[in-house]
Design a protein around this ligand. Structure first.
Ligand code: SAM
Length: 280
C-alpha cells in the first residue's frame, strides 16, 4: 500500500487500465509513490498554491502533489488511456483535480488556475525543453508561475544549471539563469522508471526571480544566444555576422571581444549585446 493515499498501487492501476508504456509518447512512469511524494515536496509548499502538472500518465506524481496539500491540480495529459485512472484520483480528492485530455502546448493554464501557481512535471525530453523555453521567455516578468520542478535527462538538467566555460553551457543555461534561480535537486537512476530509459535523469527546480538579473528583450536575447551557440566553436564576430553589419563594434560596446567564443561569455554581456542589437 502506498502510504500517501488509499488508492491502489500504481502497478495495479497500469494493469487494470491497460496503460502499457508507449515510446511515441515518451512514457517512462514513476511507480514508487514514496519517490513521487518526495518530488512533490521538492516543488515547495503547495498548501497555498494551484499546481499545473504536465503529462500525469497514470498519476504517480499527481497523487504526490495532492497528498502534499496542493490547493488544486490541473493535469494535462495527451494519452486518453490514462483518463480513467486519473478520474479515480479526482474522485479520491473531491474538487481538487481537474484533468484535461490534450496537448500541453495548446492549453492556457490561466483559464483554469489562480495564482500563486507552481508547475511540476515528468515530461518527455522534447516537449519538456520546448515548454521550459516558453515558460522562461514571456515578454512580461514575473511570469504566471512562481516555480518549476521538472524532470529532465541528466544531460539536459546539467545544461540548465551550467556555468560559463563548461561544455554544457549554452542557450538553456543563459535563458534559465537570466530570470530564475536554477538548481538540480534530485538525481535518479534509470531503474526509478518503468520501463527504464537509457539515460540517467535529474529534477531541476527553477524559482522565478522578481526581476531578470539584467534587462534585455527576451526574444532578442533568445535570438542572440541561439545564433552564438549554434556555431559555438566560431569566434562571435563570425557566428553573429548576420545580426548586424557593425557586429564587431556592437560586441566591443557590450564588453565582448569579437574574437571570443560564445562559451566564455557571461550572462551580463549577452544581455548587454541583446540591448545593443535591439537599438539598431
Ligand atoms: N508523470 C508520469 C510519471 O511520472 O509517471 C508520466 C511521465 S511520462 C515520462 C510523460 C507523460 O507525458 C506521458 O504520460 C505522456 O503521455 C505525456 N505527454 C507526452 N507529450 C505530452 C504533451 N504534449 N502534452 C501532455 N502530455 C504529454
Amino acid at each position: 500500500m502506498s502510504g500517501i493515499d488509499t488508492l491502489p498501487p500504481l502497478r495495479e492501476v497500469i494493469d487494470s487500465h491497460g496503460i502499457a508504456a508507449k515510446k511515441s509518447l515518451g512514457q517512462n512512469f514513476l511507480l514508487d509513490l514514496n519517490l513521487t511524494a518526495k518530488i512533490a515536496r521538492l516543488a515547495g509548499d503547495l498548501s497555498e498554491c494551484d499546481v499545473l502538472e504536465i503529462g500525469p500518465g497514470p498519476g504517480g506524481l499527481t497523487r504526490g502533489l495532492l497528498a502534499e496539500g496542493a490547493r488544486k491540480v490541473l493535469a494535462i495529459e495527451k494519452d486518453s488511456r490514462c483518463m480513467p485512472a486519473l478520474a479515480e484520483i479526482a474522485e479520491a480528492y473531491p474538487g481538487r483535480l481537474q484533468v484535461i485530455n490534450g496537448d500541453a502546448l495548446d492549453v492556457d493554464p490561466l483559464e483554469h488556475l489562480t495564482p500563486p501557481i507552481r508547475i511540476a512535471a515528468n515530461l518527455p525530453y522534447n516537449v519538456g525543453t520546448e515548454l521550459l523555453v516558453r515558460w522562461l521567455t514571456p515578454k512580461e516578468w514575473p511570469p504566471f508561475w512562481t516555480s518549476l520542478t521538472l524532470m529532465f535527462q541528466k544531460e539536459v538538467a546539467e545544461r540548465i544549471v551550467a556555468a560559463p566555460g563548461s561544455k554544457a553551457y549554452g542557450r538553456l543555461a543563459l535563458l534559465a539563469q537570466w530570470r530564475t534561480e536554477a538548481r538540480i535537486v534530485l538525481h535518479l537512476p534509470p531503474e526509478a522508471f518503468s520501463p527504464p530509459p537509457k539515460v540517467h535523469s535529474a529534477v531541476v527546480n527553477l524559482t522565478a526571480l522578481p526581476e531578470p538579473r539584467f534587462p534585455a528583450d527576451p526574444k532578442k536575447l533568445e535570438q542572440v544566444v541561439a545564433r552564438a551557440f549554434n556555431q559555438r566553436r566560431k569566434m562571435l564576430r563570425a557566428a553573429l555576422k548576420g545580426m548586424a553589419p557593425d557586429i564587431e563594434d556592437r560586441l566591443i560596446a557590450s564588453g565582448i571581444k569579437p574574437t571570443d567564443r560564445a562559451e566564455t561569455v557571461g550572462l551580463e554581456q549577452f544581455c548587454a549585446l541583446a540591448r545593443n542589437l535591439a537599438e539598431s
